[in-house]
Design a binder for this molecule. Structure first.
Ligand SMILES: [Zn+2]
Length: 392
């Protein structure tokens, strides 16, 4: 092997070992060097070398002694959660929300701004405004910006291909933000970001596979397979909101009729309740929630029927993927257990009995923060090099 190539290979091995050790430390509250060696199958010497580097870089700290059988007590290591910070952005709510997050997903500071209506340039300015605010806070060093944006996203190139509500087409968002803030940037679909957030921080005990269905103004799913977000060949995996759910149904914002969104989203429930009663009776989703809790028949009917339609579509996901854990997130989760039951019933009827029975369905725990946390966690999903800045 020529020396230059040997050097490059050596560098790669070093980086790989460091990522492996760091991943093990991330996944444990505290852990000893010996335990890391056992899990990673690296030699104790290699682990000690890597850990020495992490200690001097401030990423890891020694936190006391663990018990050990026979030998001397071992020193426990723990991630220094506040040694680096990330920014996460959620652009899919009725306002833009951003936050500075530490390495354990604790939110340190948030900023928000109303979403300008349908003006693409203004929307971009608002993103700058919110980030300008967050990069000026005292949480340093910042090592990256993760964005969860609505619509179809090309994550690899960091381009928002099409976001109807924000009026963005082929917007090179990652490049623009990188040029302005000189930080690594990741852009992904908000439902995919939400899925990563629930997977990493939602405490779902999933072995690596998870579906998170985001039911809000629109509907989208994020699919994790072996701990990685599955985006499909064109980045649109999980776009179940625009799959036909009702022949000759209502007109959808995508221009076609009868999409799942037109019968199962929060927006669909609101419109349906208004059409069965009046706008003044049901001005907002909050009003429906109040009436739903008071057993109002129109509120019950619209919400539970929407749950049924969603459940029927989830049956196809169960059949296609056989992933046993499905988490529901987004505005519609405000209707709680009765809505969840209606989704579950329809899903069970729509999929093969045994597969449906083995599928656990539950409501996510993180609310809108799931998207922010997932967008920031996505920056570290493929490795930790950005935690080491220019030294790499
Ligand atoms: Zn549609």
């Amino acid at each position: 092997m020529p020396p230059a190539k040997r050097k490059a290979t050596h560098q790669l091995t070093k980086q790989h070992n460091r990522d492996l050790v760091l991943k093990t430390i991330f996944e444990n509250e505290t852990i000893s060097r010996a335990e890391i060696a056992r899990i990673t199958k690296l030699t104790r010497t290699t682990v000690s070398d890597v850990v020495a580097g992490l200690l001097s870089g401030g990423l890891v700290k020694e936190v006391g002694f663990g018990s050990s059988i026979g030998g001397k007590p071992s020193i426990l290591l723990s991630l220094e959660a506040d040694s680096r910070y990330l920014i996460g952005l959620n652009l899919a709510q009725n306002k833009f929300i951003g936050a500075v997050v530490n390495l354990r997903g604790q939110i340190k500071e948030t900023a928000e701004i109303p979403v300008p209506d349908g003006d693409g340039q203004q929307a971009l300015k608002s993103v700058y405004e919110i980030l300008d605010k967050l990069v000026k806070t005292n949480w340093k060093p910042l090592v990256g910006i993760g964005v969860g944006a609505p619509g179809l996203i090309n994550t690899r190139q960091g381009i928002v291909v099409n976001a109807v509500n924000l009026n963005w087409q082929d917007l090179p968002l990652a490049r623009l933000l990188h040029e302005r803030y000189d930080l690594p940037v990741s852009v992904l679909n908000d439902s995919q970001a939400t899925a990563i957030g629930e997977f990493v921080y939602g405490d779902h005990n999933s072995d690596g596979n998870l579906i998170v269905v985001n039911v809000r103004h629109g509907i989208g799913a994020g699919i994790l397979i072996n701990g990685r977000i599955f985006q499909g060949d064109g980045g649109g995996a999980g776009e179940i909101g625009h799959v036909l759910a009702q022949e000759d149904g209502l007109l959808c914002r995508c221009g076609r009729r009868g999409c799942l969104e037109t019968i199962a989203s929060a927006q669909a429930v609101l419109q349906r309740a208004q059409s069965l009663s009046s706008v003044s009776e049901f001005p907002t989703l909050d009003a429906i929630e109040t009436r739903f809790l008071a057993n109002d028949p129109i509120a019950r009917k619209t919400v539970l029927e929407a749950g049924h339609s969603l459940g029927r579509s989830l049956g196809s996901l169960v059949g296609a993927l056989n992933i046993r854990k499905i988490v529901l997130a987004g505005d519609m989760t405000c209707f709680g257990q009765p809505w969840l039951d209606s989704v579950q019933q329809a899903m069970t009827r729509a999929a093969l009995g045994r597969m449906a029975q083995e599928t656990e369905l539950e409501i996510g725990k993180l609310d809108y923060a799931a998207c922010i946390l997932g967008a920031s966690a996505h920056l570290l999903l493929d490795g930790y090099s950005l935690l080491f800045g220019s030294e790499n």
